[in-house]
Ligand binder design. Structure first.
Ligand code: SF4
Length: 431
């Protein structure tokens, strides 16, 4: 009998990729996806732990699921991902209607655990093996024009504000032949864009520039992207490969986090503002139309007015196409959470607003320069707000909205930019 699976995914692309893999595993024991909680025989919540607000939201959702368990006592509820890894038993104590908690290094145990719970009602918590060697499985991304393929797991950088190394373990890299086989299979199944994933792809253990080159030359692949890069080990070789391989898109997400050397040191980022500046110069010299995006933190412990001035000055100087701006969020278990010079919430918000105002002005100026130009976009599908409006993405990773004609997701089309905005571009199809 066909059983129904409902997966809710929070957080980053890595979690999206993990959820796709878990769904594929469960399909092998008869679970088909459903969008309806009430229809589900198994509900999986794949969690994120990057900020307090994310965890609060997830705990709220877990609480909501109690009603479905009451209506269908045979329903199995599982929690996976970074919050599962961090909380373990505490999640069951807090929400006894949850049947199992599976850590980030244990997703290959999923089938065994679900099989067990189909027969016996009991609580299972397994958060061991966070840094265990990768168990490679045959997995093929299917039916998607754009596929996310993890190349490594974990992180060894221990930035003082970040929970990832504590919930995703030490760096472990997949074998190149396994990644290439998966990419090949994805393209054979209709994928035209691949994004290679890792907390820090530059420290991939088996030569990232070589892997990128091999995948970029796969027949049928139109676009290749990767994230996330760490400035401390972005190599000249990688920049050369980005400049020479036409399939690799002209966009790099390179988190800088701050513009003050004093704070970069307190964050344990491992580079200086000057090092980052030189990297940007090299990238723009090698790939003139490259789009650069970044992550920025406001309100890190000990941040002074002078640090904020340096941050704003740096953002004005580099002129990122876009930036994900965050308020520092204290994460228990990270060194920065113990720093005694925490910044008051009101001041954090004021600084974030100033930072966003500076960055938004630059993003708008950069997008305004695209008015009237014709660009290629990869069609993604109907926009969330209006099915007559479709969305797509430029090679420089800018979101584009256009009035739908006969385009389908996965089509590469040319559009003329008619109305630039701060965060997206409005356009019309060019026949
Ligand atoms: S590089 Fe730093 S911020 Fe990124 S995942 Fe690793 S520890 Fe976290």
């Amino acid at each position: 009998m066909l059983k129904k699976l409902k997966i809710i995914t929070y957080g980053c692309q890595m979690n999206v990729a993990d959820s796709q893999r878990m769904a594929a595993r469960l399909e092998t024991i008869g679970y088909a996806p459903t969008d309806e909680f009430a229809d589900a025989d198994l509900i999986l919540i794949n969690t994120c732990s990057v900020r307090d607000s994310a965890e609060e939201k997830i705990l709220g959702k877990i609480g909501e699921l109690k009603q479905y368990k009451r209506r269908k006592p045979s329903l199995i509820i599982g929690v996976t991902g970074c919050m599962a890894q961090k909380e373990g038993d505490a999640l069951i104590e807090r929400a006894p209607h949850v049947d199992f908690v599976l850590g980030t290094g244990r997703q290959t145990e999923l089938i065994k655990i679900v099989r067990l719970l189909e027969s016996f009602h009991r609580h299972i918590v397994d958060v061991e093996g966070m840094s265990d060697p990768i168990v490679e499985e045959l997995y093929t991304p299917r039916g998607t024009h754009s596929a996310f393929i993890p190349i490594m797991y974990g992180c060894n950088n221990f930035c003082t504000y970040c929970i990832v190394p504590h919930v995703r373990g030490r760096e472990r890299s997949r074998q190149p032949q396994d990644i290439i086989r998966e990419a090949r299979a994805a393209v054979d199944n209709g994928t035209v864009e691949i994004t290679l994933l890792g907390q820090n792809v530059n420290s991939y253990a088996h030569g990232f520039p070589q892997l990128l080159t091999e995948i970029s030359r796969l027949d049928g692949l139109k676009r290749l992207r990767f994230m996330t890069s760490h400035p401390k080990d972005l190599s000249d070789e990688l920049i050369e490969v980005m400049a020479s391989e036409p399939t690799i898109c002209e966009h790099l997400h390179l988190p800088v986090q701050h513009g003050s050397d004093r704070l970069l040191q307190r964050m344990n980022r491992g580079y200086t503002v000057e090092r980052y500046r030189r990297l940007v110069e090299k990238l723009r010299a090698a790939i003139p139309n490259i789009a650069l995006t970044t992550d920025l933190i406001a309100g890190f412990p000990g941040e002074t007015d002078d640090d904020v001035d340096r941050l704003l000055e740096f953002v004005r100087e580099i002129r990122f196409d876009a930036a994900f701006t965050f308020i520092y969020s204290k994460r228990s278990g990270t060194p920065a959470a113990t720093f005694d010079d925490q910044i008051d919430d009101r001041i954090k918000h004021e600084r974030l607003e100033r930072l966003m105002a500076v960055q938004n002005k630059i993003s708008r100026e950069i997008n305004d320069r695209l008015a009237g130009s014709t660009v290629e976009i990869l069609v993604e599908g109907a926009s969330k707000s209006d099915e007559k409006i479709f969305s797509g993405r430029t090679r420089t990773n800018k979101p584009v909205l256009f009035r739908h004609g006969d385009e389908r997701a996965g089509d590469l089309i040319r559009v003329r930019i008619t109305q630039p905005q701060t965060w997206l571009l409005k356009a019309e199809r060019v026949e």
